[in-house]
Design a protein. Structure first.
Length: 204
């Protein structure tokens, strides 16, 4: 079975899939369904804070949208970024969004599977043609910004990277449609409960 045939089979399974309680609809990458836990409330607050900052800075007809399927059948990948920036018209389709329509993808790191954001999607998104990728990590209050797709390593990858910058560090995303600034200083951090850790021992 070819990679594209496997992908079509997984897409069909996904269409008839009911996620278990506490999980979202799966993504597809490397011939497998990638299950993710439902977002925590502080994850949702972070997404709302970021989209509210972005929208006033974006050009006419371009907006920040949350949790939208993006599909690249040629690569056998379907991803669901936490936030994307794209034109309103690109969203008016019955099919998953073409990743080449996306200007920026943002992921808010999940406590359950951070490698999916830092490693897998850092490979998938440049391969899918997404020129800017921002990772916001409420576990430790940092952000990582990658941009500029190149193929120097023999496969598409981001040529530029600002890694693990603390919340509050100035962040400017420079795109062909303008430079968008984000203030991360007031974004919430996950609690120990969010990260499924035992309560901290009482001081003293």
């Amino acid at each position: 079975m070819t990679e594209q045939a496997i992908y079509r089979h997984l897409r069909e399974l996904r269409e008839h899939f009911t996620p278990p309680v506490g999980f979202t609809y799966p993504e597809i990458s490397d011939g497998t369904l990638v299950m993710m836990m439902s977002p925590r409330p502080r994850h949702q607050v972070t997404a709302k804070d970021v989209t509210r900052q972005l929208d006033p800075q974006l050009p006419e007809g371009v907006f920040a949208f949350e949790a939208t399927d993006i599909d690249d059948a040629s690569l056998g990948k379907l991803r669901v970024p936490d936030i994307i920036v794209t034109a309103r018209e690109a969203m008016l389709t019955d099919d998953p969004l073409d990743p080449h329509e996306i200007l920026l993808a943002i992921e808010i790191v999940s406590p359950s599977n951070p490698n999916n954001d830092y490693e897998a999607k850092s490979h998938d998104y440049p391969a899918m043609g997404i020129p800017h990728y921002l990772i916001i990590d409420p576990r430790d209050g940092t952000w990582t910004y990658q941009w500029g797709i190149d193929t120097c390593g023999g496969r598409p990858g981001y040529g530029n990277r600002l890694h693990k910058q603390p919340y509050g560090t100035p962040l400017a995303i420079s795109t062909e449609l303008g430079t968008w600034k984000l203030d991360t200083s007031e974004l919430p951090l996950y609690t120990r409960k969010d990260m499924m850790l035992s309560p901290a021992p009482d001081a003293g």
